[in-house]
Design a protein around this ligand. Structure first.
Ligand code: AMP
Ligand code: MG
Length: 361
């Protein structure tokens, strides 16, 4: 506090009509270390951020003295009149109020948020052990795909997935390496996977080409040059997921349909990346909401696109239109994924359902 460091007992009886006059024995701007020990009858002019001198146990605000508070550059006076008492400790921050020696201030597995970085620096920590951001190579596969920006041609569509996946990867804190589009040909798939290795990827994520089509080569190329640990999972959307390794690097093959690729990322890639980032895997924030419509499911674990709203302190969920796995717009319109556990085939309107939030609201 800008003011005067005092001995509280000296000013205990100060009042507007009966000020206590003290000798100003020192001037202590922020950034200096006071040398004096305050004696009874003395004060030291002090600025916010300066350490109080020995002997002082309170600071009287400059506004509570006869020294004009509004003028910068003013010399410290020889004497100061104190108009109000300041109890012991007033306007003084004790050392160790915020954190004490020996306290655990940050745990492994925690992301360093901006305030954490500031706090580490405040403690004088200039370097911390962290996990390297994993490098994640991403590519789309399919002869029908063109990058947006090129003229569309008959039989072609624009690639959505590699952009969605790059964004999702970077959202987790990992580094994405965008490898673009691979043609539906084993040689092209292999050279894209080789490019991932050449770029020092820690994980390779692809979309499409892992289903049962005659030209779905991604899975077979991985299998021939590594291992395939599993293929296809009993969920909707996102059934044709493949997991394995290509020449020693972990590989996750997501489905081609844009919503399936997104959901597959959420269910399989996000937790993997969190582990690779050294974090404890944290699922998306989820809530229970009242379902505003009846929903049919096929008994597989399902993730439906939904909008959750809060009304009168209660949460309500409804679907965002057509749930076809190619319909990316209904995902864009959603703020959540409605989770239907496996074995459930029908949920009547009003059911309590779990929703995973995609955007904070
Ligand atoms: P696939 O897994 O190769 O059988 O692809 C399934 C469906 O997703 C097909 O209709 C593809 O055209 C479509 N698809 C595959 N990759 C992408 C992509 N990157 N962006 C948009 N649609 C895609
Ligand atoms: Mg395909």
């Amino acid at each position: 506090m800008d003011g005067f460091a005092v001995i509280a007992a000296d000013v205990a009886h100060a009042g507007p009509g009966s000020p206590v006059t003290l000798d100003v024995a020192a001037d202590i701007p922020a950034g200096t270390a006071p040398q004096i020990r305050l004696q009874s009858g003395q004060a030291a002019r002090i600025m916010t951020g300066a350490p109080v001198p020995a002997g002082a146990d309170a600071v009287v605000r400059v506004e509570d003295t006869d020294v004009s508070p509004r003028q910068a550059g003013l010399q410290a006076p020889d004497q100061v009149k104190i108009f109000f008492p300041a109890p012991q400790g007033e306007n003084v921050r004790p050392a160790g109020q915020d954190v004490q020696r020996g306290e655990l201030v940050m745990e492994a597995g925690q992301r360093i948020r901006p305030q954490d970085a500031g706090f580490l620096s405040m403690l004088g920590v200039s370097q911390a052990w962290v996990h390297r951001r994993p490098r994640v190579a991403v590519f789309s596969s399919g002869d029908e795909l063109l990058p947006a920006g090129q003229p569309l041609a008959p039989g072609k569509i624009y690639d959505a997935n590699s952009y969605t996946l790059v964004g999702l990867i970077e959202q987790t804190g990992a580094q994405a390496i965008h490898l673009g589009i691979s043609a539906d040909h084993p040689v092209a798939v292999r050279s894209t996977l080789e490019a991932a290795l050449a770029q020092d990827a820690d994980l390779i994520v692809s979309s499409a080409g892992v289903s049962v089509g005659a030209l779905d080569f991604v899975r077979s190329v991985v299998e021939e040059n590594g291992t395939l640990d599993f293929w296809r999972v009993n969920m909707r959307p996102g059934k044709p997921v493949a997991f394995g390794s290509y020449r020693g690097k972990p590989f996750i093959g997501l489905p081609g349909n844009p919503v399936s690729a997104f959901v597959g990322f959420e269910v399989f890639v996000r937790p993997a990346l969190q582990k690779m980032l050294g974090m404890n895997p944290q699922p998306r924030q989820s809530f229970f909401a009242h379902l505003e419509q009846a929903v049919n499911s096929d008994g597989r674990e399902s993730y439906l696109r939904s909008i959750v709203e809060q009304r009168d302190g209660e949460l309500f969920a409804r679907l965002t239109g057509h749930q076809g796995s190619g319909n990316l717009r209904s995902l864009v319109q959603a703020n959540s994924l409605l989770f239907i556990p496996s074995g459930v085939k029908y949920l009547p309107s009003g059911s309590r359902v779990q929703v995973l939030l995609l955007d904070p609201f």
